[in-house]
Design a binder for this molecule. Structure first.
Ligand code: HPA
Length: 234
């Protein structure tokens, strides 16, 4: 057992789906995994291991924001041997050509956070998706006629920003959308030699102010989980 995860070594699969919401982890396990066993309930951050099309897969909630996600990512990579991870999350659109319900593959992640400034002593690091996972997800999406956009995202520390338009400089530099975890996930994955990718459904839009209902969010989310599973399980 690690500090925040009550699993024994070997309880967690090398391949992982990584949603923010632990209830979504439960729904994913119940919907897509056979013989799913819950290995973690500490702090309600549910984690499950089962099989999908004959391969071992785990699903672990990571909470909101980089500090929470980083705790789980670090322990999963350092202590449980997770090797491939796909975050499945929601995001806010930052471009006119990005619409609600779109799926975004985060090729790279900018950030307004100080976490990587500390880690890299003020020098700039470019957090990137694992190319093999990105390519496989893109090919799966194309062969299933799923509309997908690939590009840069903004990982922010604040859901409720202190100034209304601080994201606009990122819109002006082609960044597709805003969320709260990817820059740290890609950085910690690089530290441990883990392959990582973030798949994001656009649930709201900072330019048009559109916002999906809870039901629409859930439908789009499960389509994206299926894409993540197709990417991890060949
Ligand atoms: N900001 C940050 N994270 C998000 C948003 C947002 O607007 N929408 C979904 N996740």
């Amino acid at each position: 057992m690690s500090v925040h995860i009550a699993a024994q070594p070997g309880d967690i699969a090398e391949k992982m789906i990584f949603p923010g919401d632990p209830i979504r982890a439960k729904i994913i396990a119940e919907t897509y995994l056979e013989d799913a066993v819950c290995y973690n309930q500490v702090r309600g951050m549910l984690g499950y291991t089962g099989t999908h099309r004959g391969q071992r897969i785990s699903v672990q909630g990571h909470g909101m924001g980089m500090p929470s996600m980083s705790i789980y990512a670090h322990e999963l990579f350092a202590e449980y041997g997770v090797k491939q991870v796909i975050r499945v999350g929601t995001t806010g659109g930052l471009q006119e050509h990005v619409a609600t319900r779109d799926v975004i593959m985060a090729q790279g992640a900018c950030t307004d956070s100080n976490m990587n400034n500390r880690r890299f002593h003020g020098m700039s690091y470019a957090p990137l998706a694992d190319f093999e996972l990105l390519l496989r997800a893109y090919e799966q999406a194309s062969s299933h006629d799923l509309s997908i956009k690939v590009g840069n995202v903004l990982t922010s520390d604040a859901f409720y920003a202190s100034s209304e338009d601080e994201w606009k400089i990122f819109t002006g530099h082609g960044v597709l959308c805003i969320e709260m975890e990817t820059a740290a996930l890609y950085t910690i994955a690089a530290q441990f030699g883990v392959q990582a990718l973030s798949l994001l459904t656009v649930s709201d839009h900072l330019i048009t102010q559109e916002r999906l209902s809870a039901e629409e969010r859930q439908n789009g989310f499960m389509a994206m989980v299926e894409l993540a599973l197709m990417t991890l399980v060949d």
